[in-house]
Write a protein that binds this ligand. Structure first.
Ligand code: NAI
Length: 465
């Protein structure tokens, strides 16, 4: 008899299991695949590993401007890039398995199915079944790519991010259906590796939740790299033509088509509940997602759900936070999820990061806000790095100066956002940000300058008229 059984070992699941073990719970972690879930094996980590190789390669183009001569014959080797990515993934998954073991958690290999409110049946790949029991169960089964009902979407030559991150060679041309986070990150990877990339997005803008000024700047950068972007483009059919594909789309009544060697579908991910036995345990779902409250409790007493299977924010760091909340509640503590400051990061080049609300969202809500903005073109550190495209934008309540949100475009934006996430969580004001002595010369000074700008007092921008 266990205190806690966790189903699924992604970032949410393994975090929940470790937290439960830290609190003294006898814990089992059930996994049918590699430990680490989509994030480590088919998502965040492999994508970022590939992006780093692409950035290393692209940096060669700028080396002459640093006074560094690139010897002739520089090239990339896609197979080695993929091998490097695989090595990083292996190190991390091995590391997670080690953490699980060191916390004396039983890692049970097989597919977990709820057979009641306290029982989970585990079927291994050989067909053997074994039932285990626990006081509490945490569902952390994640999400899988959602395939839209487009004719031809299930044919060979049409893949999802899973297969895209395991390719052995780079295709000459790729059409990506979906201009969301996965779509633009994979566009960055494959165009950097030499493929001609076209993004087809159904809505009137890519990355619809990101600050509009960032999108305008990003699109200009992506287009300059040769990435074609079609918005308001509803894909109607994926046809096989010779050894390639022809993606037919409609935009404002007009028809168009893009030919490519390979098609990647990146139109969202859906909760993975297949074979979980939710009905047997009385766990309710809403549009396929397991319903969970702010304590991560499902409709069935003693059963919790965390991460992509239940959350409407499908991010690894949210899953980890929910995992801690679920484990603490399962072990008799009282924890509540706080979504007030959730950073979002997009690993394009340059990077995008945001926290809180955007300027448009603030104005749509009728909030009286002040906006502070600082361009990296005026930041000394960015100049020395040769990476001046981008800016920091801060949205604050006009009256009290309280930080409401921030949007960043630029190098290391995904690291810089942590400061603003802390500021938002601590309910800081622009005066607080202004009072913090930032190290010089650093990119982080752009945050400090943007806070000054929100107050109309920026030292390193021309005086406001
Ligand atoms: P998404 O929801 O971000 O974007 C999907 C896009 O596809 C949307 O813009 C949608 O309008 C478009 N679309 C849907 N059907 C379409 C069609 N038939 N034709 C053309 N366009 C269509 O989903 P995505 O990119 O698949 O990512 C899934 C989840 O994974 C998201 O929640 C995302 O936040 C998360 N993720 C996060 C990352 C990060 O934090 N850096 C990296 C990758 C994924």
């Amino acid at each position: 008899m266990y205190d806690v059984i966790v189903i699924g070992s992604g970032p949410g699941g393994y975090t929940a299991a470790i937290r439960a073990a830290q609190l003294g719970g006898k814990t089992a972690l059930v996994e049918k695949d590699e430990v680490g879930g989509a994030c480590l094996n088919r998502g965040c980590i492999p994508t970022k590993a590939l992006i780093e190789s692409v950035e290393a390669w692209e940096s060669l183009k700028t080396l002459p401007s640093f006074g560094v001569t690139v010897p002739p014959g520089a090239s990339i080797d896609a197979a080695k890039i993929y091998e490097r990515k695989d090595r990083i993934v292996k190190r991390l998954t091995t590391g997670v398995a080690g953490l699980v073991k060191s916390n004396k958690i039983d890692l049970l290999r097989g597919t977990g199915t709820l057979t009641g409110k306290t029982t989970v049946e585990i079927s291994d790949s050989g067909g053997a079944k074994n039932t285990i029991e626990a006081e509490k169960i945490i569902i952390a089964s994640g999400a899988v790519s959602a395939l839209p009902p487009i004719p031809g979407a299930k044919e060979p030559g049409v893949i999802t991010s899973n297969e895209a991150l395991a390719l052995k060679a780079v295709p000459k041309s790729i059409a990506i259906i979906g201009g969301g986070v996965i779509g633009v990150e994979l566009a960055t990877v494959f165009s950097g590796l030499g493929a001609k990339v076209t993004i087809l997005e159904m809505l009137d803008e890519i990355l619809p939740l990101i600050d509009g000024e960032i999108i305008t700047a990003l699109k200009r950068i992506l287009k300059a790299r040769g990435i074609d972007i079609f918005v308001s483009a509803g894909v109607k059919l994926i046809e096989t033509v010779g050894s390639g594909k022809k993606v037919h789309y409609e935009t404002g009544g007009a028809k168009g088509a893009v030919e490519a060697e390979l098609v990647i579908i990146a139109t969202g991910r859906k909760a993975y509940t297949d074979g979980l036995g939710l009905e047997a345990a009385g766990v309710k779902t809403d549009r396929g997602r397991v319903l969970a409250d702010e304590r991560q409790r499902t409709s069935a007493a003693g059963i919790y759900a965390i991460g992509d299977v239940s959350s409407n924010i499908q991010l690894a760091h949210v899953a980890m936070a929910e995992g801690v909340v679920a484990a603490e509640n399962a072990l008799g503590h009282s924890a509540v999820m706080d979504y007030s400051a959730v950073p979002s990061c997009i690993y394009t080049n340059p990077e995008i990061a945001g926290v809180g609300i955007t300027e448009k969202a603030a104005r749509d809500r009728g909030l009286d806000v002040s906006v502070g903005k600082f361009p990296l073109a005026a930041n000394g550190r960015a100049m020395t790095m040769g990476e001046t495209a981008g800016f920091v934008k801060i949205i604050a309540d006009k009256k009290g100066g309280r930080l409401l949100g921030a949007s960043l475009l630029g190098p290391h934006a995904t690291e810089l956002i942590a400061e603003l996430t802390l500021a938002l969580r601590l309910k800081a004001t622009v005066d607080d940000l202004k009072a913090v002595i930032h190290p010089h010369p650093t990119l982080s000074e752009a945050i400090f300058e943007a806070a000054h700008d929100a107050l109309g007092e920026c030292i390193h921008l021309p005086a406001r008229k």
